[in-house]
Design a protein around this ligand. Structure first.
Ligand code: FAD
Length: 432
């Protein structure tokens, strides 16, 4: 391929499509390379779409984007083997347009997003893998693909190739991803008639519910589960740190099976037909795991740069935002007739630092280490919480003062007074 481009974008996921679309709208000549058969065919998400991020790129996305349901209720469950202690937040405010969060099916959404990019002028080539970056004199000048004679040159390359970017590792831009910085998640899509979903979740047409789960659902590992309602299906899954899976002798499939048979979850998917199964990594190392994200002629966006907020289960919006900011940097530099050198691309990092992306990740920078080292948050406390709730709720002739004393005793017996104070401090530090 002798043609030369302003920018090559590797990947047609959330980050890649956001970058490619923004670049083309900014007047740059863009080649986007995707290894999957179609955009989205390789991509996995829960999937909650945060409207704010896509709205900044395509303000009228609601007109034709494939959206499943807008979320009106958020449940958070802390689970033991037989129960959950939870909060449910439901508001009519979430039921008024413009809606803030939607469920989506990634393959449909990615195809729509990529169509928008192509309509804006992007040339997308699928079924093509970028195997190497072309580097001359320390500067990235293009890519090599697995197609015959498949070298393409450009003034800059945006790596939006997802978690565990082999290209960035090969080029020496970032080290190999560590098992303690990445979660392995598995998910299934279960199909049910629309009316059944609406009756089970007490929702109307187009309204949706998200359930986030923590506690013993992760079998003592650092991880969480989720369940989201689509139009005619329910997506549910669970993810835990890869380093924990290596230690515990349990497979992700077993974990998901256990989750599906939990007495609070089984009735929600009863009678459904499971049609899709997927497994994928999620970068969850947080702020301290973010590599260098720019250099001479290259930038990294999305999961490839570890931009995931595991606490709030936000990834796609960080991917879109970082893709957009990378692209905006290049558009501005081109308008100012400045070359894509590392010194000039430092503007991308400045934009990231000023955005919610880095601010949020910085806020939770201690979280991964604290939760790694304190598995009691995933084991002991869910049990204690459940027992406390049951003690208080059960009417059995025992007076309430005695019940309160019993609850206090059970907490101290499990963790000791100093342990409890220490845990409260660690918990606060993780979220501070
Ligand atoms: P990806 O979407 O992974 O896209 C990378 C693309 O690059 C792929 O299409 C891939 O095929 C392509 N590619 C890779 N290497 C090459 C190569 N060498 N050559 C050519 N193409 C290449 N986020 C949310 O916001 N909400 C959620 O509800 C949510 N739930 C999740 C549930 C699960 C189970 C998982 C795994 C993730 C979830 N996330 C969620 C995170 C979210 O999916 C990611 O943060 C997001 O997909 C990252 O987008 P990306 O474009 O960086 O990477």
């Amino acid at each position: 391929m002798a043609e030369r481009f302003d920018v090559i974008v590797v990947g047609a996921g959330m980050a890649g499509n956001a970058a490619a679309y923004t670049l083309a709208k900014g007047g740059l000549k863009v080649l986007q390379i995707e290894r999957g058969e179609t955009p989205g065919s390789k991509n996995v998400q829960g999937a909650i779409l945060y409207a704010d991020a896509i709205e900044k790129i395509i303000p009228d996305f609601r007109d034709d984007a494939p959206l499943e349901r807008h979320l009106i209720e958020q449940r958070v469950w802390v689970m033991d083997d037989a129960s959950y202690v939870g909060t449910h937040y439901r508001s009519e405010d979430f039921n008024k347009p413009p809606y803030n969060r939607y469920t989506i099916i990634r393959v449909h959404f990615d195809q729509w997003f990529n169509k928008k990019a192509r309509e804006a002028g992007v040339l997308t080539i699928c079924e093509t893998t970028v195997t190497d970056l072309l580097i001359e004199g320390g500067k990235v000048v293009g890519v090599r693909t697995d197609r015959q004679g498949g070298e393409v040159r450009a003034d800059a390359v945006i790596l939006a190739d997802g978690v565990n970017s082999r290209l960035a590792v090969k080029a020496g831009f970032q080290p190999e991803i560590k098992p303690e910085n990445v979660a392995l998640a598995v998910k299934e899509i279960h199909f049910l008639p629309q009316e059944t979903i609406e009756a089970r979740f007490n929702i109307g047409e187009e309204e949706g519910v998200a359930i986030e789960m923590a506690g013993k659902i992760s079998a003592g590992m650092m991880g969480t589960g989720f369940l989201y309602t689509n139009k005619e299906s329910i997506t549910l899954g669970v993810g835990c740190m890869l380093s924990d899976f290596k230690q515990q002798k349990i497979s992700p499939y077993e974990l998901l099976d256990r989750m599906k048979s939990h007495p609070s979850i089984a009735p929600l998917i009863a009678g459904s037909e499971m049609k899709e199964y997927a497994a994928h990594l999620i970068p969850e190392g947080g702020y301290n795991a973010i590599p260098k994200v720019y250099g001479d002629g290259w930038m990294i966006a999305g999961d490839a740069g570890q931009f995931v907020n595991g606490i709030h289960r936000e990834g796609s919006n960080l991917a879109m935002t970082t893709g957009m900011l990378a692209a905006q940097t290049l558009v501005e530099l081109r308008a100012a007739d400045k070359p894509f050198t590392a010194a000039n691309l430092a503007e991308y990092k400045k934009k990231l630092d000023d955005s919610f992306v880095m601010k949020d990740l910085k806020k939770y920078r201690r979280m991964p280490e604290i939760f790694h080292k304190n598995k009691q948050f995933f084991t002991t406390y869910p049990d204690l919480l459940s027992r406390a709730a049951q003690t208080l709720i059960r009417v059995d002739g025992v007076d309430k003062k005695t019940k309160e004393k019993d609850i206090k005793k059970s907490f101290i017996a499990s963790r000791s007074l100093f342990g409890l104070i220490g845990d409260a401090f660690k918990f606060w530090r993780a979220f501070e």
